[in-house]
Design a protein around this ligand. Structure first.
Ligand code: 5AD
Ligand code: SF4
Length: 440
Protein backbone atom coordinates (compact mmCIF):
# COMPACT_ATOMS: atom_id res chain seq x y z
CA UNK A 1 0.00 0.00 0.00
CA UNK A 2 1.26 3.49 -0.84
CA UNK A 3 2.07 5.30 2.39
CA UNK A 4 1.32 8.98 2.70
CA UNK A 5 3.36 11.70 4.34
CA UNK A 6 2.18 13.76 7.30
CA UNK A 7 3.87 16.92 8.51
CA UNK A 8 2.88 18.21 11.95
CA UNK A 9 3.56 21.50 13.72
CA UNK A 10 2.87 21.84 17.43
CA UNK A 11 2.13 25.03 19.36
CA UNK A 12 1.35 25.63 23.03
CA UNK A 13 2.13 23.44 25.99
CA UNK A 14 3.90 20.12 26.57
CA UNK A 15 0.49 18.50 26.59
CA UNK A 16 0.17 19.43 22.94
CA UNK A 17 3.57 17.90 22.20
CA UNK A 18 2.34 14.72 23.85
CA UNK A 19 -0.94 14.85 21.90
CA UNK A 20 0.93 15.26 18.61
CA UNK A 21 2.79 12.05 19.45
CA UNK A 22 -0.54 10.27 19.95
CA UNK A 23 -1.81 11.66 16.64
CA UNK A 24 1.30 10.43 14.81
CA UNK A 25 0.78 6.98 16.28
CA UNK A 26 -2.85 6.85 15.15
CA UNK A 27 -1.90 8.07 11.69
CA UNK A 28 0.97 5.64 11.38
CA UNK A 29 -1.51 2.80 11.76
CA UNK A 30 -3.62 4.44 9.07
CA UNK A 31 -0.84 4.52 6.47
CA UNK A 32 0.96 7.80 7.15
CA UNK A 33 4.67 8.36 7.83
CA UNK A 34 5.98 11.49 9.47
CA UNK A 35 7.97 13.96 7.40
CA UNK A 36 9.91 16.94 8.76
CA UNK A 37 9.38 18.94 5.56
CA UNK A 38 6.11 20.71 4.87
CA UNK A 39 6.87 20.65 1.13
CA UNK A 40 5.89 17.31 -0.28
CA UNK A 41 3.60 16.34 2.59
CA UNK A 42 0.18 14.92 1.72
CA UNK A 43 -1.22 16.10 5.02
CA UNK A 44 -0.21 19.18 7.02
CA UNK A 45 -1.42 19.27 10.62
CA UNK A 46 -1.22 22.16 13.05
CA UNK A 47 -1.76 21.32 16.71
CA UNK A 48 -2.91 24.65 18.09
CA UNK A 49 -3.11 26.66 21.30
CA UNK A 50 -5.76 29.16 22.42
CA UNK A 51 -4.33 30.23 25.76
CA UNK A 52 -3.74 33.85 24.73
CA UNK A 53 -4.87 35.87 21.75
CA UNK A 54 -1.33 36.20 20.36
CA UNK A 55 -1.00 32.38 20.26
CA UNK A 56 -4.05 32.23 18.01
CA UNK A 57 -2.94 35.16 15.85
CA UNK A 58 0.35 33.42 15.19
CA UNK A 59 -1.46 30.32 13.96
CA UNK A 60 -3.75 32.31 11.66
CA UNK A 61 -0.55 33.77 10.18
CA UNK A 62 0.91 30.31 9.76
CA UNK A 63 -2.23 29.15 7.93
CA UNK A 64 -1.61 31.85 5.34
CA UNK A 65 1.77 30.29 4.62
CA UNK A 66 0.12 26.92 4.07
CA UNK A 67 -1.87 28.29 1.18
CA UNK A 68 0.57 27.26 -1.54
CA UNK A 69 1.25 23.68 -0.39
CA UNK A 70 -2.51 23.35 -0.13
CA UNK A 71 -2.94 24.57 -3.69
CA UNK A 72 -0.48 21.90 -4.73
CA UNK A 73 -2.79 19.26 -3.25
CA UNK A 74 -1.85 18.89 0.41
CA UNK A 75 -4.69 18.77 2.94
CA UNK A 76 -4.44 21.12 5.93
CA UNK A 77 -5.87 20.08 9.29
CA UNK A 78 -6.25 21.99 12.55
CA UNK A 79 -6.04 20.07 15.81
CA UNK A 80 -6.04 21.06 19.47
CA UNK A 81 -7.45 23.91 21.48
CA UNK A 82 -8.07 26.38 18.68
CA UNK A 83 -9.88 23.69 16.69
CA UNK A 84 -12.17 23.24 19.66
CA UNK A 85 -12.69 26.94 20.26
CA UNK A 86 -13.01 28.24 16.70
CA UNK A 87 -14.44 25.20 14.89
CA UNK A 88 -16.85 26.87 12.43
CA UNK A 89 -14.77 29.99 11.99
CA UNK A 90 -11.86 27.84 10.81
CA UNK A 91 -14.06 25.95 8.36
CA UNK A 92 -15.63 29.17 7.10
CA UNK A 93 -12.21 30.70 6.50
CA UNK A 94 -11.78 28.27 3.61
CA UNK A 95 -8.18 27.74 4.70
CA UNK A 96 -8.53 24.25 6.15
CA UNK A 97 -9.76 20.81 5.16
CA UNK A 98 -10.02 19.25 8.59
CA UNK A 99 -10.80 20.41 12.12
CA UNK A 100 -10.38 17.93 14.98
CA UNK A 101 -10.62 18.75 18.70
CA UNK A 102 -8.42 17.20 21.42
CA UNK A 103 -10.74 14.24 22.03
CA UNK A 104 -11.33 13.39 18.36
CA UNK A 105 -7.93 12.05 17.34
CA UNK A 106 -9.00 8.41 17.12
CA UNK A 107 -11.42 9.45 14.40
CA UNK A 108 -8.74 11.10 12.27
CA UNK A 109 -8.34 8.08 9.93
CA UNK A 110 -12.05 8.01 9.09
CA UNK A 111 -12.22 11.80 8.78
CA UNK A 112 -9.28 11.69 6.39
CA UNK A 113 -10.80 8.95 4.25
CA UNK A 114 -13.58 11.16 3.04
CA UNK A 115 -11.53 14.25 2.56
CA UNK A 116 -11.84 16.12 -0.72
CA UNK A 117 -11.36 19.74 -1.77
CA UNK A 118 -14.41 21.78 -0.84
CA UNK A 119 -15.60 19.13 1.62
CA UNK A 120 -13.97 20.00 4.95
CA UNK A 121 -14.46 17.53 7.81
CA UNK A 122 -14.96 18.45 11.44
CA UNK A 123 -15.13 16.61 14.76
CA UNK A 124 -14.89 18.62 17.96
CA UNK A 125 -16.86 16.43 20.35
CA UNK A 126 -15.37 16.41 23.82
CA UNK A 127 -15.41 13.20 25.82
CA UNK A 128 -15.66 12.26 29.49
CA UNK A 129 -13.61 9.09 29.02
CA UNK A 130 -11.00 9.48 26.30
CA UNK A 131 -7.43 9.27 27.64
CA UNK A 132 -5.75 7.54 24.66
CA UNK A 133 -4.52 5.13 27.33
CA UNK A 134 -3.80 2.27 24.91
CA UNK A 135 -1.98 4.30 22.27
CA UNK A 136 1.80 4.07 22.14
CA UNK A 137 2.95 7.57 21.16
CA UNK A 138 5.49 8.09 18.37
CA UNK A 139 8.20 10.06 20.21
CA UNK A 140 9.04 13.33 18.49
CA UNK A 141 11.73 14.56 20.88
CA UNK A 142 15.20 14.82 19.45
CA UNK A 143 17.36 13.68 22.35
CA UNK A 144 15.97 10.20 23.03
CA UNK A 145 16.51 10.77 26.76
CA UNK A 146 13.47 12.61 28.01
CA UNK A 147 9.86 11.63 27.24
CA UNK A 148 6.46 13.09 28.08
CA UNK A 149 3.73 10.84 29.42
CA UNK A 150 0.21 12.17 29.60
CA UNK A 151 -1.49 10.99 32.81
CA UNK A 152 -4.78 12.82 32.59
CA UNK A 153 -6.74 15.08 30.28
CA UNK A 154 -8.99 18.10 30.66
CA UNK A 155 -9.44 20.34 33.65
CA UNK A 156 -12.18 20.76 36.28
CA UNK A 157 -11.00 24.06 37.69
CA UNK A 158 -12.67 27.14 36.43
CA UNK A 159 -9.96 29.76 36.75
CA UNK A 160 -11.82 32.77 35.50
CA UNK A 161 -9.20 33.82 32.91
CA UNK A 162 -8.61 30.40 31.39
CA UNK A 163 -9.97 28.90 28.21
CA UNK A 164 -8.65 25.36 28.85
CA UNK A 165 -11.77 23.84 30.50
CA UNK A 166 -13.70 24.87 27.37
CA UNK A 167 -11.15 23.55 24.89
CA UNK A 168 -10.07 20.37 26.65
CA UNK A 169 -13.21 19.45 28.53
CA UNK A 170 -13.68 17.69 31.85
CA UNK A 171 -10.87 16.15 33.84
CA UNK A 172 -10.24 12.41 33.54
CA UNK A 173 -7.36 10.30 34.78
CA UNK A 174 -5.62 7.56 32.85
CA UNK A 175 -5.29 3.96 34.07
CA UNK A 176 -2.08 3.82 36.15
CA UNK A 177 -1.13 0.42 34.72
CA UNK A 178 -0.90 1.92 31.24
CA UNK A 179 1.18 4.81 32.59
CA UNK A 180 3.66 2.50 34.32
CA UNK A 181 3.78 0.29 31.21
CA UNK A 182 4.62 3.34 29.10
CA UNK A 183 7.37 4.37 31.52
CA UNK A 184 8.86 0.83 31.34
CA UNK A 185 8.63 0.87 27.58
CA UNK A 186 10.49 4.18 27.16
CA UNK A 187 13.12 3.10 29.71
CA UNK A 188 13.75 -0.08 27.73
CA UNK A 189 14.24 2.11 24.64
CA UNK A 190 16.99 4.08 26.37
CA UNK A 191 15.04 7.00 27.83
CA UNK A 192 16.13 8.04 31.30
CA UNK A 193 13.56 10.69 32.21
CA UNK A 194 9.79 10.88 32.02
CA UNK A 195 7.65 13.94 32.65
CA UNK A 196 4.13 13.10 33.80
CA UNK A 197 1.75 15.62 32.29
CA UNK A 198 -1.63 16.96 33.32
CA UNK A 199 -3.33 20.34 33.70
CA UNK A 200 -3.46 19.70 37.44
CA UNK A 201 -1.49 16.57 38.31
CA UNK A 202 -2.32 16.83 42.02
CA UNK A 203 -5.93 15.96 41.32
CA UNK A 204 -4.96 12.76 39.47
CA UNK A 205 -7.28 10.07 40.79
CA UNK A 206 -7.88 6.58 39.44
CA UNK A 207 -10.69 4.54 40.87
CA UNK A 208 -11.43 1.00 39.81
CA UNK A 209 -13.15 -1.94 41.49
CA UNK A 210 -9.71 -3.09 42.61
CA UNK A 211 -7.98 0.08 43.77
CA UNK A 212 -7.79 3.83 44.22
CA UNK A 213 -4.60 5.53 43.11
CA UNK A 214 -3.80 9.17 43.87
CA UNK A 215 -0.95 11.23 42.45
CA UNK A 216 1.52 10.43 45.23
CA UNK A 217 0.92 6.70 44.70
CA UNK A 218 1.28 7.11 40.93
CA UNK A 219 4.60 8.89 41.47
CA UNK A 220 5.82 6.02 43.67
CA UNK A 221 4.83 3.42 41.08
CA UNK A 222 6.45 5.22 38.16
CA UNK A 223 9.59 5.88 40.20
CA UNK A 224 9.72 2.18 41.14
CA UNK A 225 10.08 1.12 37.49
CA UNK A 226 13.85 1.71 37.73
CA UNK A 227 16.11 3.78 39.99
CA UNK A 228 17.85 5.09 36.86
CA UNK A 229 14.63 6.56 35.53
CA UNK A 230 14.12 10.15 36.57
CA UNK A 231 10.54 11.23 37.16
CA UNK A 232 9.30 14.77 36.66
CA UNK A 233 5.78 16.16 36.52
CA UNK A 234 3.83 19.26 35.54
CA UNK A 235 1.72 21.16 36.36
CA UNK A 236 0.97 21.37 40.08
CA UNK A 237 -1.84 23.44 41.55
CA UNK A 238 -1.15 25.32 44.79
CA UNK A 239 -4.59 24.47 46.17
CA UNK A 240 -4.12 20.72 45.58
CA UNK A 241 -0.45 19.89 46.07
CA UNK A 242 -0.53 17.63 49.12
CA UNK A 243 1.93 16.96 51.92
CA UNK A 244 1.89 13.36 50.72
CA UNK A 245 3.18 14.38 47.29
CA UNK A 246 5.85 16.62 48.80
CA UNK A 247 6.96 13.93 51.26
CA UNK A 248 6.99 11.31 48.48
CA UNK A 249 9.31 13.54 46.46
CA UNK A 250 11.55 14.08 49.47
CA UNK A 251 11.88 10.36 50.16
CA UNK A 252 12.28 9.09 46.58
CA UNK A 253 15.70 9.87 45.08
CA UNK A 254 14.70 9.47 41.43
CA UNK A 255 11.77 11.89 41.63
CA UNK A 256 13.31 15.19 40.54
CA UNK A 257 13.21 18.04 42.98
CA UNK A 258 11.41 20.58 40.90
CA UNK A 259 7.88 21.88 41.24
CA UNK A 260 6.23 24.16 38.72
CA UNK A 261 3.68 25.90 40.91
CA UNK A 262 1.87 28.69 39.05
CA UNK A 263 0.99 31.51 41.45
CA UNK A 264 -0.60 33.87 38.86
CA UNK A 265 -0.73 36.79 41.32
CA UNK A 266 0.57 37.74 44.75
CA UNK A 267 -2.62 39.58 45.66
CA UNK A 268 -5.31 37.61 47.50
CA UNK A 269 -7.95 39.89 46.01
CA UNK A 270 -6.79 39.03 42.47
CA UNK A 271 -6.56 35.33 43.33
CA UNK A 272 -10.16 35.44 44.48
CA UNK A 273 -11.28 37.10 41.22
CA UNK A 274 -9.21 34.57 39.29
CA UNK A 275 -11.04 31.80 41.23
CA UNK A 276 -7.78 30.11 42.10
CA UNK A 277 -9.22 28.88 45.43
CA UNK A 278 -6.12 29.80 47.48
CA UNK A 279 -4.74 33.07 48.78
CA UNK A 280 -1.29 34.57 49.20
CA UNK A 281 -0.81 33.05 52.67
CA UNK A 282 -1.80 29.59 51.49
CA UNK A 283 0.66 29.79 48.60
CA UNK A 284 3.50 30.94 50.86
CA UNK A 285 2.68 28.16 53.31
CA UNK A 286 2.96 25.54 50.52
CA UNK A 287 6.36 27.00 49.56
CA UNK A 288 7.44 26.82 53.20
CA UNK A 289 6.37 23.17 53.40
CA UNK A 290 8.21 22.32 50.16
CA UNK A 291 11.42 23.98 51.33
CA UNK A 292 11.18 22.40 54.75
CA UNK A 293 10.94 18.95 53.14
CA UNK A 294 13.51 19.65 50.39
CA UNK A 295 15.85 22.55 50.89
CA UNK A 296 17.20 22.21 47.35
CA UNK A 297 13.87 21.92 45.52
CA UNK A 298 13.63 23.93 42.29
CA UNK A 299 10.59 26.17 42.24
CA UNK A 300 9.16 27.86 39.16
CA UNK A 301 5.92 29.67 38.42
CA UNK A 302 3.54 31.42 36.03
CA UNK A 303 2.49 35.03 36.57
CA UNK A 304 -0.21 37.11 34.89
CA UNK A 305 0.15 40.91 34.79
CA UNK A 306 -2.83 43.24 34.52
CA UNK A 307 -5.77 40.96 35.23
CA UNK A 308 -9.17 42.68 35.49
CA UNK A 309 -9.25 45.55 38.03
CA UNK A 310 -5.63 44.98 39.14
CA UNK A 311 -4.38 48.04 41.03
CA UNK A 312 -0.82 49.22 41.65
CA UNK A 313 -1.14 47.74 45.17
CA UNK A 314 -2.15 44.33 43.77
CA UNK A 315 0.76 44.48 41.35
CA UNK A 316 3.15 45.43 44.18
CA UNK A 317 1.98 42.33 46.04
CA UNK A 318 2.91 40.15 43.06
CA UNK A 319 6.38 41.72 43.03
CA UNK A 320 6.79 41.25 46.77
CA UNK A 321 5.72 37.60 46.60
CA UNK A 322 8.22 36.97 43.81
CA UNK A 323 10.90 38.73 45.84
CA UNK A 324 10.07 36.65 48.88
CA UNK A 325 9.91 33.23 47.17
CA UNK A 326 12.79 33.71 44.71
CA UNK A 327 11.67 31.46 41.85
CA UNK A 328 14.34 29.88 39.62
CA UNK A 329 12.45 31.01 36.55
CA UNK A 330 8.94 31.96 35.55
CA UNK A 331 6.61 32.21 32.59
CA UNK A 332 5.24 35.74 32.66
CA UNK A 333 2.29 37.02 30.66
CA UNK A 334 0.06 40.02 30.12
CA UNK A 335 -3.56 39.15 30.74
CA UNK A 336 -5.34 38.35 27.49
CA UNK A 337 -9.11 38.18 27.61
CA UNK A 338 -10.46 34.89 26.21
CA UNK A 339 -14.04 34.94 24.90
CA UNK A 340 -16.45 32.76 26.84
CA UNK A 341 -14.43 32.59 30.06
CA UNK A 342 -15.87 33.70 33.39
CA UNK A 343 -13.69 36.80 33.39
CA UNK A 344 -14.74 37.77 29.87
CA UNK A 345 -18.38 37.42 30.86
CA UNK A 346 -18.24 39.13 34.23
CA UNK A 347 -15.30 41.53 34.57
CA UNK A 348 -14.20 44.32 32.28
CA UNK A 349 -10.67 43.97 30.85
CA UNK A 350 -9.92 47.40 32.29
CA UNK A 351 -6.16 47.61 32.79
CA UNK A 352 -4.88 49.72 29.86
CA UNK A 353 -2.44 47.91 27.53
CA UNK A 354 0.46 50.24 28.35
CA UNK A 355 -0.07 49.63 32.08
CA UNK A 356 -0.13 45.85 31.52
CA UNK A 357 3.10 46.17 29.56
CA UNK A 358 4.83 48.25 32.19
CA UNK A 359 3.79 45.88 34.99
CA UNK A 360 4.89 42.88 32.96
CA UNK A 361 8.27 44.51 32.36
CA UNK A 362 8.69 45.14 36.07
CA UNK A 363 7.84 41.50 36.76
CA UNK A 364 10.32 40.30 34.13
CA UNK A 365 13.06 42.57 35.41
CA UNK A 366 12.57 41.38 38.98
CA UNK A 367 12.51 37.74 37.87
CA UNK A 368 15.73 38.14 35.86
CA UNK A 369 17.43 39.40 38.99
CA UNK A 370 16.00 36.57 41.11
CA UNK A 371 16.94 33.94 38.49
CA UNK A 372 20.52 35.15 38.48
CA UNK A 373 20.56 35.06 42.29
CA UNK A 374 19.15 31.55 42.33
CA UNK A 375 21.57 30.23 39.69
CA UNK A 376 24.56 31.93 41.29
CA UNK A 377 23.65 30.38 44.63
CA UNK A 378 24.55 27.01 43.09
CA UNK A 379 28.17 28.03 42.41
CA UNK A 380 30.44 25.64 44.28
CA UNK A 381 27.77 22.91 44.54
CA UNK A 382 28.06 19.40 43.17
CA UNK A 383 25.03 18.24 41.21
CA UNK A 384 23.95 15.08 39.47
CA UNK A 385 23.09 15.74 35.85
CA UNK A 386 21.43 13.59 33.20
CA UNK A 387 23.26 14.22 29.91
CA UNK A 388 20.86 15.29 27.15
CA UNK A 389 23.22 16.05 24.26
CA UNK A 390 25.57 18.65 22.83
CA UNK A 391 25.14 22.16 24.19
CA UNK A 392 23.40 24.50 21.76
CA UNK A 393 25.96 27.24 22.07
CA UNK A 394 29.16 25.24 22.06
CA UNK A 395 29.10 21.91 20.23
CA UNK A 396 32.14 20.63 22.12
CA UNK A 397 30.28 20.93 25.40
CA UNK A 398 27.39 18.82 26.60
CA UNK A 399 24.25 19.91 28.39
CA UNK A 400 21.76 18.35 30.74
CA UNK A 401 19.54 19.18 33.66
CA UNK A 402 20.14 18.99 37.36
CA UNK A 403 17.38 17.49 39.49
CA UNK A 404 16.11 21.06 40.12
CA UNK A 405 15.59 21.38 36.35
CA UNK A 406 18.35 23.97 35.95
CA UNK A 407 20.26 23.56 32.68
CA UNK A 408 23.96 22.75 33.08
CA UNK A 409 26.76 22.87 30.49
CA UNK A 410 30.05 21.02 30.94
CA UNK A 411 32.96 19.59 28.93
CA UNK A 412 31.67 16.50 27.20
CA UNK A 413 34.45 14.21 26.03
CA UNK A 414 33.26 10.61 26.00
CA UNK A 415 29.81 11.40 27.33
CA UNK A 416 26.64 10.33 25.60
CA UNK A 417 22.97 11.23 26.01
CA UNK A 418 21.44 9.23 28.87
CA UNK A 419 24.63 9.15 30.99
CA UNK A 420 24.52 10.39 34.56
CA UNK A 421 27.42 12.60 35.65
CA UNK A 422 28.36 14.58 38.71
CA UNK A 423 29.34 18.16 37.94
CA UNK A 424 30.61 21.05 39.98
CA UNK A 425 29.14 24.48 39.30
CA UNK A 426 31.85 27.08 38.65
CA UNK A 427 29.84 29.95 37.17
CA UNK A 428 26.24 30.87 36.32
CA UNK A 429 24.06 33.06 34.14
CA UNK A 430 20.38 33.61 34.87
CA UNK A 431 19.50 30.51 32.82
CA UNK A 432 22.54 28.20 32.79
CA UNK A 433 24.92 26.64 35.27
CA UNK A 434 28.46 26.44 33.92
CA UNK A 435 30.15 23.35 35.32
CA UNK A 436 33.20 21.13 35.35
CA UNK A 437 33.04 17.35 35.47
CA UNK A 438 33.84 15.62 38.72
CA UNK A 439 35.90 12.45 38.54
CA UNK A 440 33.77 9.49 37.63
N1 5AD B 1 -4.09 35.53 29.76
C1 5AD B 1 -2.78 35.49 30.11
N2 5AD B 1 -2.18 34.39 30.58
C2 5AD B 1 -2.94 33.28 30.73
N3 5AD B 1 -2.64 32.06 31.19
C3 5AD B 1 -3.75 31.30 31.13
N4 5AD B 1 -4.78 32.01 30.66
C4 5AD B 1 -4.30 33.26 30.40
C5 5AD B 1 -4.88 34.44 29.89
N5 5AD B 1 -6.17 34.51 29.56
C6 5AD B 1 -1.32 31.68 31.68
C7 5AD B 1 -1.38 31.23 33.14
C8 5AD B 1 -1.21 29.75 33.02
C9 5AD B 1 -0.31 29.62 31.81
C10 5AD B 1 -0.32 28.28 31.17
O1 5AD B 1 -0.82 30.59 30.93
O2 5AD B 1 -0.29 31.83 33.81
O3 5AD B 1 -0.62 29.17 34.18
FE1 SF4 C 1 -2.03 23.74 26.08
FE2 SF4 C 1 -3.66 25.50 27.17
FE3 SF4 C 1 -2.56 26.05 24.84
FE4 SF4 C 1 -4.45 24.19 25.04
S1 SF4 C 1 -4.71 26.35 25.43
S2 SF4 C 1 -2.50 24.02 23.95
S3 SF4 C 1 -4.03 23.31 27.02
S4 SF4 C 1 -1.50 25.83 26.75
Amino acid sequence: MHRKKVYIETYGCQMNVSDSEVVLSILQDAGYDRTLEMDGADLILVNTCSIRDNAEQRIWGRLEQMHSPRRRGAAVGILGCMAERLKDKLIESGKVDLVAGPDAYRKLPSLLENLSPGNPRIDVLLSHEETYADIVPVRTDRNGVSAFISIMRGCNNVCSYCVVPYTRGAERSRDPETIVAEARDVFSKGYREVTLLGQNVDSYLWKSARETVNFAELLRRVAATDPLLRVRFATSHPKDISDEVIDTMASTPNICRHIHLPVQSGSSRMLELMRRKYDRQWYLERVRKIREAMQDCGLTTDVIAGFCSETEEDHAETLSLMEEVGFDWAFMFEYSERPGTLAARHYPDDVPPEVKKRRLNEIIELQNRKSLESYRADIGRELEVLVEGPSKRNGREMCGRASSSKMCVFPGQNLKPGDYVTVKVIDATSATLICTLMNR
